[in-house]
Design a protein around this ligand. Sequence first.
Ligand SMILES: Cc1cc2nc3c(=O)[nH]c(=O)nc-3n(C[C@H](O)[C@H](O)[C@H](O)COP(=O)(O)OP(=O)(O)OC[C@H]3O[C@@H](n4cnc5c(N)ncnc54)[C@H](O)[C@@H]3O)c2cc1C
Length: 520
Amino acid sequence: APSFYPRDNSTCRRTKVAILGGGVAGITAAHALSNQSVTDFLIVEYNGDIGGRMAHTTFGSGPDGNPYTVELGANWVQGLGTESGPENPVWTFAKQYNISNTYSDYDSILTYNETGAVNFTNLIDKFEDVWTEFEQNAGTIITENLQDPSFRAGLWQAGWKPKKSMAAQAVEWWEWDWETSYSPEESSFVFGITGYNLTFYQFSDENNFVVDQRGFNYWLKGVTSTFLKPNDTRLLLNTIVTNVEYSSTGVKVTTEDGGCIEADYAICTFSLGVLQNDAVAFEPEFPAWKDTSISTFQMGTYTKIFLQFNETFWDQDTQFFLYADPTTRGYYPVWQSLSTEGFLPGSNIIFATVVGRESYRIEKQSDEETKAELIAVLANMFPDVSIPEPTAIMYPRWSNVPWSYGSYSNWPVGTTLENHQNLRANVERLYFAGEHTSTEYYGFLHGAWFEGREAGERIAGMIVGTGGGDGYENGTCYNEAGCGEHLRYEGLHGTTEAWEYNSLNGMRISPFFVADAGED
Ligand SMILES: Cc1cc2nc3c(=O)[nH]c(=O)nc-3n(C[C@H](O)[C@H](O)[C@H](O)COP(=O)(O)OP(=O)(O)OC[C@H]3O[C@@H](n4cnc5c(N)ncnc54)[C@H](O)[C@@H]3O)c2cc1C
């Protein structure tokens, strides 16, 4: 008998599929199972609510004395879609559940340095010209199976060399680090380009910012209510997984409250940060191919720091304020006004964003220390204003959140599709899904959505289609790339071959097709 059999059978709950995590991927996995009439599943969630990194909290106070709702994690629907083309599923649901949102107008921007307002928006145009050139270079790397260089090298070869200009570095941060939470030096060139294209060319280049006072996760609750009853006993909230024992016949999950679940299959949707920080014990230890992928991919940190004042002393009609610090790249570079029409007008709330090393630095500081730095930056940006004392300050410390350990994943330099496929691949009966397993849309809500669906369908295909010789057959497998086990690579090649860009490796859409569409 497999070693995971519980010492005391009577204490374990039995289910067909244990879904570990109730974020977007976990919920869509459960939805996919339900759609194939597999209703014997349990969702185990650390927090008291579903949504995971689509998480909100209350902040400051409004005219009625009640606080505002602000998003700590995901805030935008990114790449909405067009009438004729495919639509981002998150956008489809955002519309269905009337999620309040506003189009992010990236032309609504003012630029600053330590002397105050200075117009360097021409550098934004210049960067965008370079982008057109280097995406062609990325195409060549793919077709010719060449080595994946850093995003920095890609920029450099296309003529973008910002070293001597803090303004150019601020623009680069706005265009790159702000999205990926890593620097160009740390990021993959090829998968940076494909990731960008598959969201912003396949769907559209529009990003809509959510200000719904019910919270962004309201749509996910709506979706959940279509297949779970209120207080459904299949959703275990406030339940922390501590151990996962897996084998070729099943999975046993132990929770901090002493409970356990025995399942035929499990889908682990914990973030890459959770996997990297040994927050959950997996037994047996993962094989080398799995560990290599977990340690290779990066978990970034993205921090929004919210400030409320008694007045709005910045331009009320502008959405974005970009600051080039004289000495430190990425030092409180982007500021967003929530006091602007379409957001939370009259709220007097503005927030700054930092990522990566700056996030780690301020996570170790007190709110007071960070507040002093923010006020000094605002004093640089607005030399004619005597910056008032904020009435509220708040920021999350994502890299220490025990159910996330970071914000979202990124692809490092010199990666291959094979290495990433190993991040997606199941180990025996334990399957994986989440934003980090998405080849096409890593880092995004919709990445988690597609991967959760695929994991649910792969398993449903096995459960529903037991009549077939392979354990599943046509008609019962909904997943385009097949059901059952994932492809995996026990020996990794140095580069990715052009034909490997296929759905078996999580690339359902051709990166070439998208690059062509983008050129039109
Ligand atoms: C600051 C920030 C900004 C972002 N901005 C955007 C954006 O604007 N647009 C966008 O599309 N995406 C954005 N993202 C990314 C987006 O939030 C994620 O891609 C997505 O929410 C990930 O969903 P998931 O299901 O893969 O993982 P998660 O949401 O992390 O779900 C995993 C679940 O597992 C649970 N869990 C973890 N450990 C345990 C345990 N031991 N026991 C039980 N349960 C556990 C967690 O509580 C969580 O609910 C942002 C993320 C952050 C943090």
